[in-house]
Write a protein that binds this ligand. Structure first.
Ligand code: 5GP
Length: 198
């Protein structure tokens, strides 16, 4: 799971990471936020009305959901379940409340906190994106400072200054996590049975 303040560049890091790891499945969230220019239904988000979102929530269709910057966001549980059953790796780009809730439900999940090199750079990135109104820019900047206080609850910390460095670091985290002994104990049986590991 990747989180961090808005403007830290999580989306860009995740996109580049998926180019390196095409097998990595991305969870597409539902949101009540209006689509930004270029955002596609089912690719970036499932765009829902307040009523549709509330109905999904009541039907228990979310693994977690949270209100972020005045809009609702939720992770559809069905896709996460299916991907994990298939044994594939999956990437969740969700806010801090959501990530910490998922970590409680799935303690094996790995959390990565992405920060900008400075709060001034974060503000500039958000403003340059040109997608925020003055009001939502101010909300996101104020929230960023508060969000930083949660970084100690994450497993890993990545500074997104140079994009490629940040992507390489998240990629290295995934490699190291996959090689943890606890995730590879099946190998013992394979080896003692004279089989070859893939
Ligand atoms: P944005 O509006 O910029 O796309 O996203 C705003 C925030 O909502 C970001 O921090 C993003 O990671 C978070 N977010 C996106 N989808 C979900 C979700 O399904 N659950 C939660 N808890 N946060 C989400």
């Amino acid at each position: 799971m990747v989180s961090g303040p808005s403007g830290a560049g999580k989306g860009t890091v995740c996109k580049a990471l998926r180019e390196k790891r095409p097998d990595l499945k991305l969870s597409v969230s539902a949101t009540t936020r209006q689509p930004r220019e270029g955002e596609l239904e089912g690719v970036h988000y499932f765009f829902k009305t307040q009523e549709e979102f509330a109905a999904m929530r009541e039907r228990g269709e979310f693994l977690e959901w949270a209100q972020v910057y005045g809009n609702c966001y939720g992770t559809p549980v069905s896709f996460v379940k299916k991907t994990l059953e298939d044994g594939a790796d999956m990437l969740l780009e969700i806010d801090i409340q959501g990530a910490l809730n998922v970590k409680k439900a799935f303690p094996d999940a790995v959390t990565v906190f992405i920060v900008p090199p400075s709060l001034a750079i974060l503000r500039k990135r958000l403003a340059d994106r040109g997608t925020e109104t003055e009001e939502s820019l101010a909300i996101r900047c104020a929230a960023a400072e508060k969000e930083l206080a949660f970084m100690d609850q994450y497993d890993y910390f990545v500074v997104n200054g140079e994009l490629q460095d940040a992507v390489d670091e998240v990629n290295a985290i995934m490699t190291a996590e996959a090689l943890k002994m606890g995730r590879n104990l099946f190998a013992y049986k394979t080896l003692v049975e004279g089989e070859e590991l893939k």
